[in-house]
Ligand binder design. Structure first.
Ligand SMILES: [Ca+2]
Ligand SMILES: [Ca+2]
Length: 341
């Protein structure tokens, strides 16, 4: 199954459609707004806080198929997520359960279809959807009560969340050198407005507060939005470059007019190991960075024609060739009317 982010719309739809709800069987609403990192709360239909704990900067949704094609397995049977992420199990066969515990003894931490009477082991049929949000880091085993002895088991690895100290999208503007678009770690994502060449390549530079000592190095993944870790149109499996406290992530095939989330998996800084999320919006031509390309961006870029590049005007060099000229104005005009959803 494809994994992806929980858009707010999806969350609301899920909350409305699913009576199985989130971790406590009650309808829940998750705010994906990064401003809610420290204050994210999930409430039930009575407004009571249903879950506690610090959620991921970008709560993500991960899918597991129960009995794909009628087989007696969970697919994938091992999944790595971050604290605050939600796992969604979807039944493709009948007569199965998701029951937490070391095979084959229920520990009643979570279970399908509604987290009730876990030790009883309720079996569900094709089409059932069960979701659970993992608030605490740790390893969670689960199994199907009917088929545990034949190996129908799974594991969810839940990592801690690590907060970087800063993140930017860096491009070299010809002889003018490197310029960075700031990527705030909370609130509205930063807008990268420059073109990415024929294969839409970008470079994310993430700084931590101490040396990154992961061994093996962290692996990056685009966990929401369209794009890959890699370069020149070729995904590289998540390989990043670590240099001291800085992790550099090459990105490619990044579609325009969208927001991506990049997750660094397995970052070790000092005594802490966890995952880090960085969001970036892509909107070519949005020189003033407000999420829409319109006459304001055209006028701003026109007004900067011929200026030497500085940290305050580089966004108008939208093709990053080191000069602001009619070519940039033309690019901005060609994207007029586009916006970040
Ligand atoms: Ca704009
Ligand atoms: Ca230019």
């Amino acid at each position: 199954m494809v994994q992806g982010s929980l858009s707010l719309g999806m969350i609301v739809a899920l909350a409305l459609l699913s009576t199985s709800g989130f971790s406590d069987g009650q309808t829940a609403v998750i705010s994906q707004n990064k401003q809610a990192v420290r204050s994210l709360t999930i409430v039930d239909q009575n407004g009571r806080v249903a879950l506690s704990g610090i959620a991921s900067a970008e709560s993500q949704l991960f899918d597991v198929t129960v009995a794909p094609g009628g087989s007696r397995v969970f697919s994938p049977n091992t999944l790595s997520i971050s604290a605050g992420d939600t796992v969604r199990w979807t039944w493709q066969g009948s007569g199965h359960s998701v029951t937490s515990g070391s095979p084959c003894t229920a520990d009643s931490q979570f279970c399908s279809p509604d987290d009730m009477n876990c030790s009883a082991g309720v079996l569900s049929d094709t089409g059932t959807i069960y979701t659970h949000t993992f608030e605490q880091a740790g390893d969670y085993s689960y199994f199907c009560v009917a088929h545990c002895l034949s190996g129908m088991t799974g594991t969810i690895h839940v990592a801690e969340i690590l907060q970087p100290t800063a993140a930017v999208s860096r491009k070299t503007h010809g002889a003018a050198g490197d310029f960075d678009v700031d990527l705030p770690l909370a609130g509205t994502p930063g807008v990268e407005c420059r073109t990415g060449g024929g294969t839409n390549d970008y470079t994310m530079v993430v700084t931590f507060d101490a040396t990154v000592s992961s061994s093996p190095p962290p692996l990056a993944k685009v966990t929401s939005g369209m794009g890959d870790v890699g370069s020149g149109g070729i995904p590289n499996g998540g390989t990043v470059v670590v240099n001291g406290d800085i992790v550099t992530v090459p990105l490619t095939n990044i579609a325009n007019a969208q927001t991506i989330n990049v997750r660094l998996n397995g970052v070790t800084v000092g005594a802490n190991t966890g995952n880090a999320d960085i969001s970036m919006s892509l909107l070519i031509g949005d020189s003033n960075g407000n999420g829409t390309v319109n006459a304001s961006d055209v006028a701003q870029t026109k007004g900067r024609i011929g200026q030497a590049l500085t940290t305050s005007n580089f966004r108008s060099d939208v093709n990053a060739n080191g000069a602001i000229n009619a070519g940039d104005v033309s690019i901005v005009k060609s994207h007029s009317g586009e916006s970040v959803p």
